[in-house]
Design a protein around this ligand. Structure first.
Ligand code: AMP
Length: 121
């Protein structure tokens, strides 16, 4: 597991060093709009703890952190009106997963059909 880099952009957002467009926050979770949206609704949900990836979070996150994370996704998708039509959650992980920011984040994409699950190009 890579060592957590506390200079990554989401760590800076969590410290308030750069702005974000927050849609949800609680003691364990922050969610904000992606700066380069790939769908009409594109939100990033991140734990406030220092976790590199979904597997790091699953292995080391406390029950309260993990529970809060999934509860937040339910709250946000309802708040954004996505639950009837559906949406996609993506957690890009590591090199093969195309992860760019090394702080665990779940993308929520919706507001229109979001296309095939995996690009074949
Ligand atoms: P990933 O490739 O899964 O690591 O996704 C990283 C995401 O972070 C991309 O969709 C970026 O558009 C998004 N992103 C990068 N910087 C910011 C920022 N300052 N505020 C909001 N989203 C960002």
């Amino acid at each position: 597991m890579p060592i957590y880099d506390n200079q990554n952009i989401f760590a800076k957002i969590l410290r308030g060093e750069i702005p974000n467009n927050t849609v949800y926050e609680d003691d364990y979770v922050l969610a904000f709009r992606d700066i380069a949206p790939q769908a009409p609704v594109h939100i990033l949900v991140i734990p406030k703890g220092a976790y590199v990836s979904i597997d790091d979070f699953g292995a080391k996150g406390s029950p309260d952190e993990v529970s809060a994370f999934y509860k937040a996704i339910a709250t946000i998708t309802a708040q954004e009106g996505l639950t009837d039509a559906g949406f996609r959650c993506i957690a890009n992980t590591g090199d093969h997963g195309g992860q760019e920011v090394p702080h665990f984040h779940m993308h929520i994409l919706g507001g229109e059909p979001v296309g095939p699950m995996v690009s074949k190009s």
